[in-house]
Structure formats: structure tokens, C-alpha cells
Design a protein around this ligand. Structure first.
Ligand code: GBH
Length: 483
């Protein structure tokens, strides 16, 4: 959109949500306080070699103790919405009875946010499963579904009067396939079809929780899916086209189709037909009414997008992506039944994660959701970039690469909105540097720099840039400087 004054001003619709996102285990620390018991990430981060530098979330950003100051900083930086997650093992330690002290933290957080006019956006599950449930099989055990629903209800009973938007799960693809097939994430299991089984139970937990919370009055319910844009290396080569179809199936349609069409994609079922779980085809875990439950209508779709990938069905050595998600362990593909697929580098610029900077993929993803699925309000519930940020001699953190990244991804969102895609808000990942899962504290995604030795917070130049965008709803016309 070019405005009438001839500049290439990009203006977002009034009321567009300007947010920042975090997750409990990545920022809270205080893992043994007020009754919290271990989650699968407390356990996994202690497995030698599982997390870079042996880092754990024991202390993280000490957000549990610094929450009021952190909320004040969020407000200073112009956030109008804040996406956080609740730690299941605080609210129901060992998946047992409700723990008032654990719930109290989120109660105070919500009140702090509301007092500063920041709309809370609550995620029930951002990967911190109580360890006792994993000991009983975790997401491969169907009983975990009921446990999740009990937990969800208890959080809603306490906060449902003040939290407008509820996300059931963050990125079930990661929980299922990185957790149970590739083993890159907790619980670190490398059991092939277990990822599909876990994925189904996660989706069932989502659907049942939506149904239960809806019946208790919740009216803005959704899920955050990490979706990708797979482009065949050679669109004229059927082997590459088939490889891209497989990645689209396992990464995107395996989650979108049951929610919006009430069925797993036929091609994915065919690709995975030979994979067994406890001696039977994995798909035997799907019971009669499960798909109807998973298809329970939702109100908002959360999209987490960082990058797409070029995809090939041929062996390639010039690859990105696979394996980059884990530093030290034996690398297994999360794409069960499609392990031959490779992800060639396109030579695009990359972030500190090695992920390609690809705003065009975000535009195409939003268009595709609009074209292929029912029209629901979409919120970008995460995007962002890691860079090697350091506090300079002037005491500031200059991160022009992050400004350029956010500018380009926001332009992609704006273009989709102009073409009629109903995108209502944007959450930058992340408010502050934090525990980046298998990479520990080595990767910095924050708008706010954290010096872990002192817990000092320093807003980066991108934070000031984002605050101005949030205040005006406009992207500055001038191209931000590259590094
Ligand atoms: C999100 O995960 C998380 O929600 C958040 O907690 C995390 O800190 C943040 O992003 C940054 O990582 O197809 O094999 O190349 C995003 C995780 C990133 C996982 C891209 C899949 C590509 C895997 N996803 N990754 S592959």
C-alpha cells in the first residue's frame, strides 16, 4: 500500500494487536518454588548433551520473581497484548490437585497486565509436561489427554473472568515429532511412529479442552500451529514435488486438516501406513469420535512462522534445517516415513539459528490459509529472529538485523491483509532473551537483552523501533539499515 503522500508508508488497521510472546519454562526459573514439581524439560535439560552448554531453565530470566518489573517494561515498550504460557507443574504439581500458590503467580500476572492495559493471551501448554505423566508414557498415553483437560479447566476457573483469549497448545508438531520421533526436544524419545501417536493425543487434548472451556463460557479459543512453506527444489521433478507434499502433509495438514476438515490427510495416512505402535498400525490409536472432537470449532488461528524450506527428494549435502535444530545428539528426522527428504540451502541470508530469512514465505502461507481453509481471524502468535547481540561500550544493544527482519515480515503480513486475509495481530518472539530449548542461552531472540550474570534487562534498538511501530501502527518508510 502506497499512501497518498507518495511515501511507501505501510499502515496497519486500527486495533491491530501489537504483542510480544514468551513461554513459562523459557523465562520463569524458580523451578522448585511454591510447590512446582519437575516437567519433562527439567529432566531433559539434565541429560548430558541434550542442551548446549548443559544449560537448564532453573534460573532462566528469573521472571517468576521479576514479573512486575517485566510487565512494566512490556508497557514501556508499547505492547498492547502479551502472550505467555502457564506452567502445568505449578498449577497441578505432579499432575495432582490444584496448587493455589502456583496459580497465584498467574493471577497476579494477569492483574498486572490488565492494570497496564495489556491484553493477556494465555497458552495452556508450551511444552512443560509434568514429568510424572511422561513416566506413565507422556503424550503416547491416551490418559494424558484427560489430565490436560482437568488442568485446563482449573486454569480457566481461576482466570477465565479476566483472560479474553485462550490457546490450548503451542506447536503440537514440535511436542510430537521433535519430542517423540527426532528426540531433539523433551522427552527426547526417538521412537518413530510415537510422534504420530503423540500428535493425535495432543490434538485430542486440544479438541476436548476447547469443548470444555467453551461450555464454561470461553469465547476466544484457539491453537498455535508452527506452519511451514515447503518449495520443491525443482518443481518439474516429481521426486522433489513428492518430497514437498510429504513435508506439507506432516508439518501442516496433519494439524490443520483434523481441526478444519475433521480428517487426517489421506496421503499422510498412506505414507505412514506401515508405521506401527505397540504392534499395530499407529492409526489404530484413533478412535471413532476422536476426529469430531478435534474438529470442535475454534475462534482464532495462531500461526507461528519463522521460515519455509526448499525441499528435495534426492540426497543433498548443501542442506539447512534438519539437524540444525539440535547441537550434539544423534540426529534423526522428525518426518517419520519420509526420512529421505532433504532441505537444500537456497543461499538466502540466515539468522543465528541458521534459519533462512524468508518473508515471502509468510505472505504465501497466509494466502494459502485463506485459500484452503475456512476464514478465521488469524494472529501471528510468533515470529522473530536470533542474532548474536551484545551490549556495546555505549551500554546499548544495536540490532539492525532484527529491525530489518521484523520490517520485512511485517510487510509480508500487511500485503496479505491488503489482499483480504484476516490477520488481526502480531506477537514478536520474544519479549526478552531466554532459554532457547536445546540451544540453552546461546541464542538470543529477545527485543530486550538479558545479561544472565546480573539479570540486567537492556531494551535493544529493535525494541525501541517496535515500540514506535506499535504506537503509530505504521512501518517507517525508510529502509532500516542492514548490518
Ligand atoms: C518456537 O519454536 C517456539 O514456540 C518457541 O518456544 C521458540 O523459542 C521459538 O520458536 C524459537 O525457536 O523443519 O527440521 O528444519 C519454533 C521451532 C523452528 C521448530 C523451526 C522447527 C524447523 C525444523 N521450530 N524448526 S526443520
Amino acid at each position: 500500500h502506497t499512501s497518498t503522500n507518495g511515501s511507501d508508508e505501510v499502515r496497519f488497521p486500527p486495533g491491530f494487536g501489537w504483542g510480544m510472546a514468551t513461554a513459562s519454562y523459557q523465562i520463569e526459573g524458580a523451578v522448585a518454588e511454591d510447590g512446582r514439581t519437575p516437567s519433562i524439560w527439567d529432566t531433559f535439560s539434565r541429560v548430558p548433551g541434550a542442551v548446549m552448554n548443559g544449560d537448564t531453565g532453573d534460573v532462566a530470566c528469573e521472571h517468576y520473581h521479576r514479573m512486575p518489573d517485566d510487565v512494566a517494561l512490556l508497557a514501556d515498550l508499547g505492547a498492547t497484548t502479551y502472550r505467555f504460557s502457564v506452567a502445568w507443574p505449578r498449577v497441578r504439581p505432579d499432575a495432582g490437585p490444584v496448587n493455589a500458590a502456583g496459580l497465584g503467580f498467574y493471577d497476579r500476572l494477569v492483574d498486572e497486565l490488565l492494570a497496564r492495559d495489556i491484553a493477556p493471551w494465555l497458552t495452556l501448554y508450551h511444552w512443560d509436561l509434568p514429568q510424572v505423566l511422561e513416566d506413565a508414557g507422556g503424550w503416547t498415553n491416551r490418559d494424558t489427554v484427560e489430565k490436560f483437560v482437568e488442568y485446563a479447566i482449573s486454569v480457566h476457573e481461576a482466570l477465565g473472568d479476566r483472560v479474553p483469549t485462550w490457546t490450548t497448545l503451542n506447536e503440537p508438531w514440535c511436542s510430537a515429532f521433535l519430542g517423540y520421533s527426532a528426540g531433539h526436544h523433551a522427552p527426547g524419545r526417538q521412537e518413530g511412529a510415537a510422534g504420530l501417536v503423540a500428535g493425535h493425543h495432543l490434538m485430542l487434548a486440544h479438541g476436548l479442552a476447547v469443548r470444555e472451556l467453551r461450555s464454561r463460557g470461553a469465547d476466544r479459543l484457539g491453537i498455535s500451529l508452527n506452519l511451514t512453506v515447503p518449495d520443491p527444489s525443482d518443481p518439474a521433478d516429481p521426486v522433489d514435488v513428492d518430497a514437498a507434499r510429504r513435508i506439507d502433509g506432516l508439518h501442516n495438514r496433519f494439524f490443520l486438516d483434523p481441526i478444519f476438515r475433521g480428517a487426517y490427510p489421506a496421503d499422510v495416512l498412506e505414507d505412514t501406513a506401515d508405521l506401527t505402535w505397540q504392534g499395530s498400525p499407529w492409526h489404530d490409536v484413533v478412535r471413532d469420535d476422536d476426529l469430531a472432537t478435534i474438529a470442535t470449532p475454534i475462534d482464532v488461528l495462531g500461526v507461528n512462522y519463522y521460515h519455509g524450506n526448499e525441499v528435495s527428494g534426492h540426497p543433498r549435502t548443501d542442506v539447512v534445517g534438519i539437524g540444525a535444530d539440535h547441537p550434539d545428539r544423534v540426529s534423526l528426522s522428525p518426518f517419520v516415513g519420509s526420512e529421505h527428504v532433504t532441505f537444500p540451502s537456497r543461499g538466502l541470508p540466515v539468522t543465528d539459528m541458521g534459519w533462512e530469512i524468508q518473508p515471502d514465505g509468510l505472505y504465501r502461507l497466509l494466502r494459502r490459509l485463506h485459500d484452503d481453509y475456512p476464514h478465521l481471524p488469524i494472529h501471528l502468535t510468533e515470529t522473530g529472529a536470533a542474532f548474536d547481540d551484545r551490549v556495546g561500550a555505549d551500554g546499548r544493544v544495536h540490532d539492525p538485523d532484527r529491525i530489518a527482519f521484523l520490517d520485512s515480515y511485517l510487510r509480508a503480513v500487511h500485503r496479505a491483509i491488503e489482499e483480504g486475509v484476516d490477520v488481526r495481530g502480531f506477537f514478536q518472539w520474544s519479549f526478552c532473551d531466554n532459554f532457547e530449548w536445546a540451544f540453552g542461552y546461546a541464542k538470543r531472540f529477545g527485543l530486550v537483552h538479558v545479561d544472565y550474570a546480573t539479570q540486567r534487562r537492556t531494551p535493544k534498538s529493535s525494541a525501541h523501533w517496535y515500540a514506535e511501530v506499535a504506537r503509530t501502527g505504521v512501518l517507517p518508510a525508510t529502509e532500516p539499515p542492514g548490518r
